[in-house]
Design a binder for this molecule. Structure first.
Ligand code: SF4
Length: 376
C-alpha cells in the first residue's frame, strides 16, 4: 500500500501582512461555500486516489486556517476519514496565527483530531512584529505556545523570519533564545524574501526601508544553525529544525516524493508521475468545483529525467540522497556521473557520505543552491 499525504489550503486571513505574496483573502463571508467545495473535492479525489493508498499526514495551511470554525475543520477531517484510509497515527497539522488562537479554538482543534500545531510567530521582537504588520505581539505569541502546550499539543512548530529590516544579530539571537525556551519541538527559520507586488517591495524600492545583503543574511542563517544545534534542534532541511523524533512527516512527504493531494485554492498535487494545480482565485475555484467536482487549472506529466532531478534536489535539501533508493527508483547512472563533483564537496566539508546517504553538513546547507547547480 502506497503512502499519501493531503494538503488543505485555507486562504482566509484577518489582515494582509506587508511582506506576503500568497493568495489570501480578508473577506471571510464565503467560508461556508468554501467548506462545501472542499468536501466535494474530497469526494472527487477519493474516487481516484483512495484505493491502494493510506494517508499518513494531513496539513491545513494558508492563509490562516485557524480562522476557520472548528466544526468546519472537524467536517473536513471526518470527510477525509470516511473517504480515505487515514492511518490512526497520521500526523494532522494546522497552521495558526497566534492572534487568532483562543482557548476554545485550541480545544476544538485537539478534539477534531489535530495533533500538530504550526504557529506563525515570525519574531519575538515587538518592533519587528509591528513592522511586519502582524496582528499579534510577542507576549501573545508566547502565551499561545504555552496555552496550546498546556491544553495538550505536544508537537508544536513555530515559524521565524530572519534578515528583517533593522534586525541586528543580537535581536535575532534574542528571538531564537525565546523560541528554544518555550515548549516547542520544531522550528522553521526562513530568510525574508522580498516578493514583487508586496507593500514591503514598494517600501524598499521607494527607499523607505532597507534589507541587508547576502553576507549578513548568511551570518544570521549560520547563527540559527549553530544556536539551534546547541539547543537540541537537529537541522533536517535547509530551513527546518526539529528535536529528535519531531521532524514534520508532511514536509518529508514533499521531499521524498510521496504522493500528495492538494485541496483548495492554489493547492498543488502530485500522484501517478503527474503534477497538477488548482485555480488561485476563490471565485474561479468555487465555480469550477461546483461544475466538475475539481478545480484543476493546469497539469504536467513528469518525465523520468524530471522526476530524477526533482528527487535529487528535494532529497539533498533535506534528509539526504539515498544512493540505493535513487538507483532503484530512477537511475543507477546518476551517482557515477556526479561522483567527482560530490567528492570535491566532501573534501571541502560540505557533504558527508555516511551509510550510503549523501547528506549536507551545516556548512553545506549554506551553499546548497550552488551544489545543486553543479550536479548533472
Ligand atoms: S497571515 Fe500569513 S498568509 Fe496571511 S497575510 Fe500574513 S503572512 Fe500572508
Amino acid at each position: 500500500m502506497k503512502n499519501l499525504s493531503i494538503y488543505v489550503h485555507i486562504p482566509f486571513c484577518a489582515h494582509k501582512c506587508i511582506y506576503c505574496d500568497f493568495y489570501s483573502i480578508t473577506k471571510t463571508a464565503d467560508k461556508e461555500k468554501y467548506l462545501e467545495s472542499l468536501l466535494r473535492e474530497i469526494e472527487f479525489f477519493a474516487e481516484k486516489y483512495s484505493n491502494g493508498r493510506k494517508v499518513i499526514s494531513v496539513f491545513f495551511g494558508g492563509g490562516t486556517p485557524s480562522l476557520m470554525e472548528t466544526e468546519y475543520i472537524l467536517k473536513i477531517i471526518s470527510a477525509i476519514k470516511s473517504r480515505f484510509r487515514l492511518e490512526p497515527d497520521a500526523e494532522i497539522t494546522i497552521e495558526a496565527n497566534p492572534g487568532t488562537l483562543e482557548k476554545e479554538k485550541i480545544q476544538g482543534f485537539l478534539s477534531a483530531g489535530i495533533n500538530r500545531l504550526s504557529l506563525g510567530v515570525q519574531s519575538f521582537d515587538d518592533g519587528e512584529l509591528e513592522f511586519l504588520t502582524r496582528i499579534h505581539d510577542s507576549k501573545t505569541a508566547e502565551h499561545a505556545v504555552n496555552e496550546a502546550f498546556g491544553y495538550g499539543f505536544k508537537n508544536i512548530n513555530i515559524d521565524l523570519i530572519f534578515n528583517l529590516p533593522a534586525q541586528t544579530k543580537s535581536k535575532w539571537k534574542n528571538t531564537l533564545q525565546k523560541a528554544v525556551s518555550l515548549p516547542v519541538s520544531h522550528i522553521s527559520a526562513y530568510s525574508l524574501i522580498l516578493e514583487k507586488g508586496t507593500t514591503l517591495y514598494k517600501m524598499v524600492t521607494d527607499k523607505k526601508t532597507k534589507i541587508s545583503g547576502q553576507e549578513f543574511d548568511a551570518d544570521l542563517y549560520e547563527t540559527a544553525i549553530n544556536f539551534l544545534a546547541e539547543n537540541g534542534f537537529d537541522q533536517y532541511e535547509v530551513s527546518n529544525f526539529a528535536k529528535p523524533g519531531s521532524e514534520c512527516i508532511h514536509n518529508k512527504s514533499y521531499w521524498n516524493h510521496t504522493e500528495y493531494i492538494g485541496l483548495g485554492t492554489s493547492a498543488h498535487s502530485f500522484a501517478d508521475k503527474k503534477r497538477w494545480w488548482n485555480y488561485s482565485s476563490l471565485k474561479s475555484y468555487i465555480e469550477a468545483v461546483k461544475k466538475t467536482g475539481n478545480a484543476v487549472s493546469g497539469f504536467e506529466n513528469l518525465t523520468e529525467e524530471q522526476l530524477l532531478q526533482e528527487y535529487v534536489m528535494l532529497s539533498l535539501r533535506s534528509v539526504g540522497i539515498n544512493i540505493e533508493e535513487l538507483k532503484n527508483k530512477y537511475s543507477g547512472e546518476w551517482f557515477p556521473r556526479n561522483r567527482k563533483i560530490l567528492s570535491e564537496y566532501e573534501k571541502g566539508g560540505f557533504i558527508s557520505f555516511g551509510s550510503g546517504i549523501i547528506k549536507l553538513t551545516p556548512q553545506g546547507y549554506a551553499v546548497c543552491d550552488e551544489i545543486l547547480t553543479r550536479l548533472e
